[in-house]
Design a protein around this ligand. Structure first.
Ligand code: F0G
Length: 353
């Protein structure tokens, strides 16, 4: 068929696939890069902010980029089942792609700490959902050991194919902008995505498609900020449940990215995250999940350090529809008019006519 073939077909030359690889795809990737008009205006000084809206992938997050690769390679290797720990998005993507690849999916989630949309996805795609009375870090420890002891493929971002798939977002950015941006602002949890973007930028730089490399600006929630403080958080907390992680698997790689790119890591409070979340939906018309808004909250936090005229990309990693509870709580019910009589006069009255 015509149209976008999915990121493995599009970027096969840059990915560890061969003619023998059975490609499991939902035609992920090729997501919009949206100018942040209100945000750019607010920052002034000719600063141009662009939003990489990866929430428009098939299961609503950037995880689809990594999962098409991880599942295709698992299938190529003859695997019959996959497992992951997840704060929600990885479980949704693993469930969907495993189903499409004819495999079983087992997902471990922190009970009560994943957004409603993500849980509903894992269930409807038919994964076995194991809710543990613990956090993501504990779940990851368990699945790592499970995958060593049993014939089951681990599809967390410690699986190198995940990062290979995710690096294609950097390719798309270079193609859309004509070069790498000056800064890339990105939320960090397990720090797989920041690592993957850096791989992608470096590959396009080496091949001459990009003339420069960006500063990598990573942001964590203040209650779950091990990469900022240098200490493990044994009890990570944040409203941004997607990045509620206290001991990131890609810790060393993330520090390396920061050093190599001349970037910086900062934490943002839940209040700052929610302010950015509301601003993006209310002023830009772009609805992302709270964790994704950490990239914009972080940018605002360090706005005095942005060079004039800079081009900056904020990665919006997941779709806002994933977390309806937070959206409704944050928006409030001020504009929800209930119990209105079904006649024009009553409706017009509510509208102020
Ligand atoms: N944004 C969202 C929406 C996420 O779901 C995640 C991670 C991140 C950012 C951070 O990415 O871990 O590569 O640094 N979610 C994982 C999950 C942990 O299980 O869905 P990272």
């Amino acid at each position: 068929p015509n149209g976008w073939p999915g990121l493995i077909c599009r970027y096969a030359d840059y990915l560890p696939v061969t003619d023998q690889t059975p490609i499991v795809t939902l035609h992920e990737g090729n997501t919009p890069l949206i100018p942040a008009i209100a945000l750019s205006e607010r920052l002034g000084r000719n600063i141009k902010v662009l939003l990489k809206y990866d929430g428009l992938n098939p299961t609503g997050s950037f995880k689809d980029r990594g999962m098409t690769m991880a599942i295709s390679k698992a299938k190529e290797a003859g695997s019959k089942a996959v497992i992951c720990a997840s704060t929600g998005n990885t479980s949704a993507a693993a469930a969907a792609y495993a189903k499409r690849g004819g495999m079983k999916a087992f997902v471990l989630i922190p009970d009560g700490k994943i957004a409603l949309g993500k849980l509903s996805q894992a269930l409807i795609y038919g994964a076995e959902v194991i809710a543990i009375d613990g956090n993501f870090d504990q779940a990851l420890e368990i699945v790592r050991e499970m995958s060593e002891k049993f014939p089951i493929t681990l599809v967390n971002s410690v699986n190198p194919y995940r990062l290979e798939g995710q690096k294609t977002a950097a390719f798309e950015l270079v193609e859309a902008i004509g070069d790498a941006p000056d800064w890339l602002c990105i939320p960090m949890g397990n720090a797989g995505n920041i690592t993957a973007y850096w791989m992608g930028f470096n590959q396009y730089y080496a091949s001459g498609k990009a003339k420069k490399l960006p500063k990598m600006m990573g942001f964590q929630a203040a209650g779950s900020a091990p990469l900022v403080t240098g200490q493990v958080f044994t009890k990570p907390e944040t409203i941004a449940t997607a990045i509620r992680i206290g001991n990131p698997a890609n810790w060393a790689k993330a520090l390396n990215v920061r050093a190599e790119s001349g970037g910086a890591f900062h934490s943002v409070t839940d209040v700052e995250i929610l302010a950015a979340y509301k601003f993006l939906a209310g002023e830009e018309g772009v609805f992302c999940e709270p964790a994704s808004a950490a990239s914009v909250a972080g940018l605002l936090k360090v706005s005095d350090q942005i060079p004039s005229g800079a081009t900056i990309v904020c990665v919006l990693t997941g779709n806002g529809i994933k977390d309806p509870d937070t959206a409704i709580a944050c928006a409030g019910d001020e504009k929800l008019h209930k119990g209105v009589s079904p006649d024009i006069t009553s409706v017009a009255k509510v509208m102020g006519f």
